[in-house]
Ligand binder design. Structure first.
Ligand SMILES: [Zn+2]
Ligand SMILES: [Zn+2]
Length: 573
């Protein structure tokens, strides 16, 4: 199964290629619009499975079939055909920031531009600015996009999402263990980064034999005595670091990184007169200790020798974690086991796949004490948002379901933050919910000031709300909104709202880099699932990982408390 973002990307590429194929404008526009619609829906899967795509605005039978094909197979016959018929450059152009199908069409018609190279030359020749609809500023932006693209190179694949990389790593680990005694995941993936380009393992045993077993291409790119590298599919590379079991602690620490953390550990050892030979993750040299280096068979032993508590991999960024580890351990850092409620769940009342009762039973089976049902609000017509009559019906059904499961079911909403910053229900309705999540689903592209004002207005409303998938990013496909994040966090703190750490592996939003700023302001978190089906609960672990990367403690997460406490904390008024 593909992601919604990948489907949208495919549709956009079809739109761009249709331009070059000389297709009529309405057809090009239909594909480009379909990409927007699909992206706005958030999760297309349930609609595909229930054969309800044609309910979406502007999606006819042909588009439905395309979307289904893209979703189910990750490919499209039409797309493949267009790709084979058009010059290579056409598909590139659509990947440039700021290049819409309309712009591609205009530039192709006016200047015959058919590749990134063409476009760059036209920008440098100041010809783009003379095309109606383009100006000096746009020309400069496109030139910058071309330069970035050319620098990055067309061959550079997008990084792989955490969830996919972890699955891949688990399979590789199984295979490695057929050849070696021990295999431990290290690198950026162990640190829980949102996307990675590399899978890295420390192995005790014969790394070369193990590599031959797992590398599809059986091609070793670089070999030094301890480190072997191979190229896997999807643009991932694989590194194996061979180490004796007596020095596993050294190797794990050195290759989990990041480089700054490793350097600080190294420096601390030096200050304490301990000879410790570590080399950072980015180095080609291996972490096999020199003859006089102290060896540790575990990371815990290594940290302890330096007078430090064990530092969880997610925190190894060289940003003050060593200082913290001098005085305290990290036992208060939130863990998966701390989560007691599934927050942010959709049901078949909007764009979810399951009933209220099914969702509640599944949450109970996972040991949860509560669940919040937060279907979409009326403006989200693309996602079957609930108008008042259906809301009433849903509340009755929630009450009935609560009789049948021993957990609390909170009635809530995921209310759209509209373009003007108001919420998508009148106050007297909002007050009747037990939990309100406020999210942006449309009009993602506003200028920075307007977006900041929109968010501030919504988050300052007196009703208690949780700011949902805060910056609207879709990993590898949509950048976070342009807005003054710190100013918006100030507003949220003043309004005493909470912020969601959305666990959807395509979102992972609020991005962890902003979590410390939210913590400094005393803003509480919920680690939410944004589940659209029963299987949507599994993702909560990724939200926990992001929270840990931001240093979030259990006490800062509202859904680590019991049902009564949680309900009292999130009550809208
Ligand atoms: Zn949402
Ligand atoms: Zn949602």
């Amino acid at each position: 199964m593909q992601s919604t973002a990948e489907v949208a990307h495919g549709l956009r590429e079809i739109a761009a290629l249709l331009i070059f194929a000389g297709a009529p404008k309405f057809k090009v526009t239909a594909y480009a619009r379909a990409a927007d619609v699909v992206e706005t829906v958030g999760e297309i899967g349930p609609l595909v499975e229930q054969e309800r795509l044609s309910e979406l605005e502007g999606i006819g039978p042909a588009l439905s079939a395309q979307i289904r094909e893209l979703w189910q197979t990750g490919r499209s016959e039409l797309l493949e055909r267009l790709r084979s018929e058009q010059p290579v450059g056409a598909a590139e152009l659509v990947q440039l920031a700021g290049m819409t199908p309309r712009r591609i069409r205009l530039l192709h018609a006016a200047l015959g531009i058919g590749s990134v190279e063409d476009l760059r030359a036209a920008c440098l020749g100041e010809r783009v600015r003379r095309v109606p609809g383009f100006g000096k500023k746009t020309e400069a932006q496109l030139l910058a996009a071309c330069e970035r693209w050319l620098e990055r190179g067309p061959a550079q694949p997008v990084p792989v999402l955490l969830v996919q990389a972890l699955e891949r790593a688990a399979a590789i680990e199984q295979a490695l263990l057929l050849e070696v005694e021990r295999a431990h995941l290290v690198g950026a993936l162990r640190r829980g980064e949102e996307t990675v380009r590399e899978l890295s393992f420390v192995v005790v045993g014969d790394a070369a034999r193990a590599l031959r077993r797992v590398s599809e291409q059986r091609q070793v790119l670089r070999a030094d005595p301890e480190t072997l590298t191979a190229q896997l599919s999807q643009g991932l590379s694989l590194e194996l670091h061979e180490t004796p079991s007596s020095a596993v602690g050294n190797a794990l620490l050195a290759h989990t990184g990041n480089a700054r953390h490793v350097a600080r550990v190294q420096q601390r050892a030096h200050e304490r007169g301990i000879s410790l030979n570590l080399v950072g993750e980015d180095s080609a040299r291996a972490a096999r200790p020199a003859a006089d280096s102290a060896c540790f068979d575990s990371e815990a032993a290594l940290y302890a020798a330096l007078g430090l508590a064990f530092i969880p991999p997610e925190l190894r960024t060289g940003q003050g974690e060593l200082e913290q580890a001098e005085h305290a351990d990290f036992s208060e850092l939130v863990t998966l086991a701390d989560v007691r409620g599934m927050v942010h769940c959709h049901t078949h009342y909007s764009d979810g796949k399951n009933s209220i009762l099914e969702m509640a039973q599944a949450a109970h089976a996972l040991g949860m004490s509560y669940i919040t049902i937060t279907d979409h609000s009326p403006s989200a017509h693309y996602a079957n948002g609930l108008a008042l009559d259906r809301l009433k019906e849903q509340w009755d059904e929630i009450a009935a379901a609560e009789e049948q499961v021993p957990i609390r079911i909170l009635r809530g909403t995921e209310s759209d933050i509209l373009a003007d910053g108001s919420l998508d229900f009148p106050d007297e309705i909002l007050e009747q919910f037990e939990v309100v999540i406020a999210s942006i689903h449309a009009r993602h592209r506003m200028d920075r000031e307007a977006m900041t004002r929109r968010l501030q207005r919504a988050l300052a409303l007196p009703v208690f709300k949780i700011w949902g998938h805060a910056l609207g990013r879709i990993l590898n496909h949509r950048e976070p909104f342009e807005c003054d994040v710190l100013a918006v966090l100030d507003t949220l703190a003043e309004a005493k709202g909470a912020i969601e750490l959305n666990s959807d592996p395509h979102r992972l939003d609020l991005p962890p880099l902003w979590i410390p700023a939210a913590r400094e302001r005393g803003i509480p978190f919920v680690i939410s699932v944004d589940a659209h089906s029963l299987s949507g609960f599994d993702v909560v672990r990724y939200g926990v990982t992001m929270a840990r990367r931001g240093g979030v403690r259990k006490a800062e997460v509202l859904n680590t408390s019991d049902a009564a406490t949680f309900a009292a904390r999130v009550r809208p008024v």
